[in-house]
Design a binder for this molecule. Structure first.
Ligand SMILES: C[S@@+](CC[C@H](N)C(=O)[O-])C[C@H]1O[C@@H](n2cnc3c(N)ncnc32)[C@H](O)[C@@H]1O
Length: 263
């Protein structure tokens, strides 16, 4: 492990540590710099289960996208998408429906430039935008070109809404997407749950990053206002339509909830 010194992380020339590349390192990705790996170590010191959570979120993406494609959804907007790694939305969706289209949205320029390189030729787009301004995403010409909001859309906020501060009105952000969604659209969310474990981790984590707003179960449930939660409802992250073979012990009890709602 890296030292527990919480001072500034080293940057490498023009490349300071990047949270998305650090997250990618937790997932076993290779596209990282030394400063990102140190940041990942610091995240693990703050919250030793951060890597389990990252893996569990990718599994939730795979299961929820598969579910949505089975419901007939063939177009997706993945908000706070992170660096493309394995089990990306387009890979899961296009394996079942080769015509599926995906717009990935992230506000991190590193994610977007890497993403566009990695996604070339896959029939997807990566848009650099801040989710706290949903109208700019919904009205973006590149989004409108690929996504027909007159038909069902799958919208994902996987481990991303808890990066919006209380002042940024995360519920208003989700409501803006909801109001743009046609019947049959689906909303998939995973989100950090307020708990003693996560409260302490966020305090430590803030020294490594600078963000993190876990919410209560009622606050997370309220993101689904105007949607009908599908089975099994809003549940611990590792439990959502869990496949028994793919859930090792360490996925249990993560302080995150996940759910999928139908418009
Ligand atoms: C923990 S990662 C989750 C990535 C991916 N959804 C997953 O579960 O593997 C959170 C992502 O949200 C992005 N993010 C944070 N705040 C954002 C904002 N205001 N607008 C858009 N993206 C944001 C970060 O850049 C990061 O890539």
């Amino acid at each position: 492990m890296a030292s527990d010194d919480s001072g500034p992380l080293p940057s490498q020339g023009a490349a300071p540590p990047n949270i998305a590349r650090a997250y990618n390192h937790l997932l076993g990705g290779k596209d990282t710099l030394e400063a990102d790996r140190l940041l990942a170590e610091r995240m693990l010191e703050a919250w030793p289960r951060a890597a389990d959570a990252a893996i569990a979120n990718r599994r939730f993406i795979r299961r929820s996208v598969r579910f949505m494609v089975e419901q007939g959804v063939d177009q997706f907007v993945d908000v706070g998408a992170g660096l493309p790694t394995e089990n990306n939305v387009h890979q899961v969706a296009q394996a079942l429906n080769p015509d599926a289209r995906v717009v990935y949205v992230d506000n991190d320029p590193v994610v977007v430039s890497h993403g566009n390189a990695l996604l070339a030729g896959t029939g997807t787009r990566m848009l650099q935008a801040d989710m706290s301004e949903p109208a700019a995403i919904l009205d973006d010409p590149a989004v409108r070109e690929l996504i027909d909001f007159g038909r069902p859309v799958g919208v994902l906020f996987v481990a991303s809404l808890h990066f919006l501060s209380p002042e940024e009105d995360a519920h208003g952000v989700v409501a803006a997407f909801r109001d743009a969604m046609a019947p049959g659209g689906h909303l998939a969310i995973s989100h950090g749950l307020i708990s003693e474990e996560i409260r302490e981790a966020v305090q430590r984590y803030k020294t490594a990053t600078d963000r993190g707003t876990p919410r209560t179960e009622a606050e997370i449930a309220a993101f689904f206002d105007g949607f009908t939660l599908v089975e099994p409802g809003l549940v611990p992250l590792g439990e959502w339509q869990r496949e028994p073979a793919e859930v090792p012990e360490n996925m249990a009890g993560l302080p995150m909830l996940a759910g999928v709602g139908r418009r």
